[in-house]
Design a protein around this ligand. Structure first.
Ligand code: IPM
Ligand code: MG
Length: 367
């Protein structure tokens, strides 16, 4: 198969983790006989430095032409006080919108060898296997009016949380279909006791649910969900929620996996003429400028995102399984990056990449 992939390393550790993820993708292409065409583009802080904008037109064009895009991370502290359109994060939001990837799938699972990496008790975490479906192109992140106006005591800031019925319906269908391939349980998260936006969300999700009579649908308020994620995370199969709630809850979910460095994500929505998803794949973690350039970052979230790309954008299930097996092999070996708190000397980013490529070329399946 011909795989045309765009890589946007972005900022901070994004550069290091995508480097290893690309090596893994090359190892997969070699082992399984695929031909890989890689392109690289600018997004985020590096794009502001080199092109004066967080999302240059050429990046958008490259992403629209690629079969799939791998993104590292965006964000640099030097832009913390920059105006909104000169912030790295704007680049990421612009890219998500340009690609129309309205459903962000964030799987959260526990790994046996990482149970002690989570601050939660082993028995709470063992067996956790859920997927957060975060709406990605609407809500507070994009709603208008927005902005800061006035001055002195009257200076004010406005953001708007807005959803249309069709925006809710399409992401809800995606979540119900996903639940149908899993344990058939969907929990929709909202704040419908306070927000009209959530009242519409709950009503529309309930209506969409009538098309999926075999899926058990529950609704949960977001504050309660935040608590349930740490007191009883095994109750969840598929969680469906709007953009901002999903952003917050998925970082909380990272505690279950052992480290945010472990979490991959797939953002999908529109389909290519082939029927495959047009996808943007990125680890859930940020650019971590404090450890950038030190060869310390955990590349497994980025590598897991490659597995998701192989599955969703290319339909290469066997290849995706091989990548996920290689991740488990690394974890079982105990030679893992610092964020996973290994007993011995932590593995560097490149050492993890070396091990993954070796496992893939040997196609070892863990016992
Ligand atoms: C994420 C990140 C982004 C988001 C930031 C970097 C804009 O936190 O993907 O979770 O809020 O969506
Ligand atoms: Mg986030």
């Amino acid at each position: 198969m011909q795989l045309n992939v765009l890589v946007l390393p972005g900022d901070g550790i994004g550069v290091e983790v995508t480097r290893e993820a690309v090596r893994v993708l090359k190892a997969v292409a070699d082992s399984f006989g695929h031909s890989l065409t890689l392109n690289e583009g600018l997004l985020g802080g590096i794009a502001i430095h080199q092109r004066g904008t967080p999302i240059p037109d050429e990046t958008k064009e490259l992403a629209l032409k690629a079969d799939a895009t791998l993104l590292g991370a965006v964000g640099l502290p030097e832009f913390d006080t920059a105006p909104p359109d000169k912030r790295p994060e704007r680049g990421l939001l612009g890219l998500r919108k340009a690609l129309g990837v309205y459903a962000n799938l964030r799987p959260v699972r526990s790994y046996r060898s990482l149970l002690d990496s989570s601050p939660l008790k082993n028995e709470l975490v063992e067996g956790v296997d859920m997927i957060i479906v975060r709406e990605l192109t609407g809500g507070l992140y994009y709603g208008t009016p927005r902005g800061i106006s006035g001055s002195g005591a009257e200076e004010r800031a406005v953001n708007t949380m807005t959803y249309t019925r069709s925006e809710i319906e399409r992401v809800a269908h995606m979540a119900f279909q996903l639940a149908g391939r899993r344990r058939k349980k969907l929990t929709s998260i909202d704040k419908s006791n306070v927000l009209e936006n959530s009242q519409l969300w709950r009503r529309v999700v309930t209506e969409v649910g009538r098309d999926y009579p075999d899926i058990k649908l529950d609704h949960l308020l977001v504050d309660n969900c935040a608590m349930q994620l740490v007191v009883g995370p095994k109750q969840f199969d598929v969680l469906l929620t709007e953009n901002m709630f999903g952003d917050i809850l998925s970082d909380e979910g990272a505690v279950l996996a052992g480290s945010i460095g472990m979490l991959p994500s797939a953002s999908i929505g529109a389909k290519a003429p082939s029927g495959a998803w047009i996808g943007l794949y990125e680890p859930v973690h940020g650019s971590a400028p404090d450890i950038a350039g030190q060869n310390k970052a955990n590349p497994l979230g980025a590598v897991g995102s490659i597995a998701a790309m192989l599955e969703y954008s290319f339909g290469l299930t066997e290849e995706a399984i091989a990548v996920n097996f290689a991740i488990e092999e690394v974890l079982n070996s105990g030679h893992v990056p610092a964020d996973l708190k290994p007993a011995d000397k932590p593995a560097s980013t490149t050492e993890v990449g070396d091990a993954l490529c070796r496992y893939i070329s040997e196609r070892k399946v863990p016992v």
